[in-house]
Ligand binder design. Structure first.
Ligand code: SAM
Length: 294
């Protein structure tokens, strides 16, 4: 990210989710706050999506696929939250929240949401919320943290997060912008909770010679938010296992979208592009570690 500026990619993903709400396509994610938070009218959303196609010469089908993926990863995360809440979990942490809107639609009584983000992006989001007249619910606490220079532990404990209670961590669209050291430090913190924890993360497979992917690599670098980290599915799962995560599910973006569209998964498409992972850490109190699970 550029020093002193909010994340531009956070605005881009928010515009995509907003356009998904009005585009003539199956609604994978229903998000009544998505359009409001952008501050744009439906016409402006359409004009912006068209302008991007014209400016960067993007294939409209590629733009649509990307939009469907962004909707699918949020839906997958929110389904994970729903299951966790049904099982009694009452803390949700949205890491690198950008203009994510779950906290403003949180339907669960007693569930606290912590939005963690780079201080510059978070300050900008708060201005946008105020401008759009979106109330900040009592259940939400903001925790400004630059993952490359401040610990998540410090940021979350200041915000009142209870490390002894179970939690769901949602970390979407962020790890590709971080160094591997920063990613591992945060995963270590999550795995080091004393109580059980679930995490939903997406990561990018190493770029292939696909020209549309290379074009996107160049675009994010040009706006000052280069992709720094890529993983194969095996590398990512090995890293999670080494940190104590278990029950690791890895889905390619294409398979996840097809699941929500109730289409059979494509037989080709391979591993390239984004993957979404859900994993569980039983926490440091797990049996055989510091004693029986509580
Ligand atoms: C592509 S946006 C994704 C935002 C949101 N999760 C979504 O899905 O729309 C990337 C997010 O990562 C955050 N981010 C990037 N580098 C960061 C850092 N060093 N520390 C904290 N957050 C960072 C940005 O502020 C931004 O909110």
């Amino acid at each position: 990210m550029k020093v002193g500026e909010p994340s531009r990619t956070a605005l881009a993903t928010a515009f995509s989710r907003a356009y998904h709400q009005i585009a003539p396509e199956p609604r994978i994610l229903v998000d009544p706050v998505a359009v409001r938070i952008t501050g744009a009218s439906p016409k402006e959303l359409i004009d912006r999506a068209t302008a991007i196609l014209n400016e960067v010469g993007m294939d409209p089908m590629l733009q649509r696929r990307r939009r469907m993926f962004l909707a699918a990863r949020s839906r997958f995360a929110e389904e994970t939250i729903a299951t966790a809440v049904a099982e009694g979990i009452q803390q949700v942490v949205i890491l690198g929240a950008g203009l994510d809107t779950f906290a403003y639609r949180n339907p669960y009584d007693g569930v606290r949401v912590f939005e963690v983000d780079h201080p510059d992006t978070q300050a900008w989001k708060r201005e946008r919320l105020a401008a759009a007249g979106i109330d900040i619910p009592d259940s939400l606490t903001f925790a400004p943290v630059d993952f490359e220079s401040r610990t998540l532990d410090e940021g979350l404990s200041t915000a009142g997060f209870d490390r002894g209670q179970p939690a769901v961590f949602v970390w979407l669209g962020v790890v590709m912008y971080l160094t591997k050291d920063a990613i591992v430090t945060i995963l270590e913190f999550i795995a080091g909770q004393s109580a059980s924890t679930r995490v939903v993360i997406d990561y990018l497979y190493p770029p292939t010679s696909d020209t549309s992917q290379q074009a996107r690599v160049d675009r994010v670098a040009a706006i000052g938010e280069p992709w720094l980290s890529f993983f194969t599915a095996e590398e990512f799962a090995d890293q999670l296992r080494a940190l104590g995560f278990d029950q690791i599910e890895d889905h390619t973006g294409a398979v996840l979208v097809d699941r929500y569209l109730e289409r059979p998964a494509p037989s080709t498409g391979g591993e390239a592009g984004p993957h979404v992972v859900r994993a569980v850490s039983l926490g440091s109190k797990r049996e055989g570690h510091y004693g029986p699970a509580s």
